[in-house]
Ligand binder design. Structure first.
Ligand code: SF4
Length: 466
């Protein structure tokens, strides 16, 4: 029996999400205005979840009879073997942690998307680097194999064969989460009911490590039941990139949750064109309380160029309205900095996001992630050499129109225009039925003009850069 340390390190100076965010490359949210500081603190408190692969690895080692110790900070921990979850946005910290652990006599390995697609970042810092989804390599380690160098870890095709993540081995009281239907914190856990995505969006890192696989309905609902037994009334954040791909499977999961009387709530991420009223109502009856979905940009031509199917805005509006009616929060994702974007078109995107009326929106700057077709396309334009800047909020390539500074200004504009609207305040007070009232709409228009006035010093320079 060995003692296994799994390091899921917390970044020091910002809010960092690793694991399944940006396909495992992670994102780092830095604030540079009053509004984004507010958004940063909200994220730190309300979107604080353990990393899912840490839960899986803990389960594999524990079921092989090893002691498992999960650490999130830099205090030295002793053991026999340390596995470090890697991210692009905090890799220097993770590398330094691995080097320090190795100097204390531990064997050290790195796993995660950067270890898979940019293993050279961790060369010399550990004994081995796992390339691929980590579970197959973890099974070999748990059986006592001594791994060295670059270790290929093939994706496990039958996901039902994996043990359920062992959240009881993690100090879960340190984690809390809320969905946007209320500000009360709940014990929440991530879950993967499927992995990867069969779509072909050229910028997406979720689909580059392995091909799409889904768990059976029985396995998914058994994990939910186990979570509910351990943590009654918990919330489950389904981290599949495309949860509702198989409509029939979703109906069956919803039906099984109800049949077993599970008192959980859950949220999922998906494409809006995979949703319809019947499916949303069925999932809501089973506990669905939040849906996140990518809009990316409202421009069909830009979407076509990145191989993303266009979703009619009318359909999205209809689904969002239904979610408001049922009390399901909605979160829209948007991308700033496609090659076709101008500051004018980005302003159109911000107006579209405000008008779509989701509960919340997240804006990011297009980031060419290694391993994606977009990375190959943009490689000649990439000027950024510090991989930690590939954080989803920094322009890393020469854009035809935007400079890095203007991209940050447009990103700040997106967050402040979206968050600081009277109708948004009305929504967050739980009074959505009034948010479309003509008076509130007029107040929105006034606020937009006021913000134009406050931003006039840099907006006036638009002609220079456009
Ligand atoms: S649908 Fe979403 S998860 Fe799938 S490839 Fe496109 S962006 Fe990625």
């Amino acid at each position: 029996m060995s003692t296994i340390i799994i390091a899921d390190l917390r970044a020091k100076d910002s809010v960092t999400n690793k694991d399944t965010v940006a396909g495992g490359y992670g994102s780092r949210f830095r604030a540079d205005s009053a509004i984004t500081h507010f958004a940063k603190h909200m994220r730190r408190v309300f979107l604080n979840l353990p990393s899912i692969h840490v839960g899986y690895l803990a389960a594999i080692f524990a079921s092989a009879g090893h002691n498992v110790n999960i650490t999130r900070d830099d205090r030295p921990v002793n053991g026999d073997l340390a596995l470090v979850l890697t991210s692009l946005v905090d890799y220097k910290h993770e590398r330094a942690w691995g080097e320090a652990a190795r100097a204390r006599g531990l064997r050290v390995g790195f796993f995660g998307a950067p270890a898979t697609h940019l293993p050279e970042l961790f060369n010399g810092a550990g004994d081995f680097i796992i390339s691929g989804e980590p579970e197959a390599a973890a099974l070999r380690l748990a059986a006592g194999e001594d791994l060295r160098g670059l270790v290929l870890s093939p994706a496990i095709n039958d996901l039902d064969t994996l043990p359920f993540p062992r959240w009881d081995l993690i100090r879960t009281r340190r984690f809390a989460h809320t969905n946007f239907t209320g500000l009360s914190l709940k014990r929440a856990f991530p879950m993967l009911t499927s992995r990867s995505c069969p779509e072909h969006c050229t910028y997406c890192p979720h689909r580059i490590t392995a091909s799409f696989r889904a768990r059976s309905v029985a396995s998914v609902v058994a994990e939910m039941a186990e979570l509910e037994a351990l943590y009654p009334g918990c919330h489950i954040k389904i981290r599949d990139p495309l949860f509702t791909l198989d409509r029939e499977r979703c109906f069956q999961i919803a039906e099984a949750i109800r049949a077993r009387g599970l008192r959980i709530t859950f949220e999922c991420e998906t494409r809006m064109d995979d949703l319809d009223e019947k499916l949303i109502r069925a999932m809501h009856a089973a506990g669905l309380r939040e849906i996140s979905f990518g809009v990316e940009t409202p421009d069909p031509e830009t979407l076509r160029r990145v191989a993303r199917r266009f979703i009619p805005p009318e359909h999205m509006r209809k689904m969002v309205a239904l979610c408001w009616e049922l009390g399901i929060a909605t979160v829209g994702f948007y991308v700033i900095g496609f090659l076709q974007d101008t500051e004018k078109s980005i302003e159109g995107l911000i107006r579209f996001a405000c008008e779509l009326d989701t509960t919340y929106a997240n804006f990011k700057i297009l980031t060419p992630y290694p391993g994606t077709p977009q990375y190959k396309q943009l490689k000649p334009l990439i000027f950024e050499t510090d991989w930690e800047k590939f954080d989803g909020y920094t322009l890393t390539f020469n854009h035809p129109v935007l400079t890095p500074k203007r991209a940050r200004l447009m990103l700040g504009m997106a967050f402040s225009r979206y968050i600081a609207r009277p109708s948004q305040v009305v929504n967050w007070l739980g009074l959505h039925r009034y948010s479309r009232h003509p008076l509130v709409q007029r107040a929105d228009g006034w606020t937009w003009r006021k913000q134009d006035y406050l931003d006039r010093s840099w907006l006036a320079q638009r002609k220079v850069t456009a």
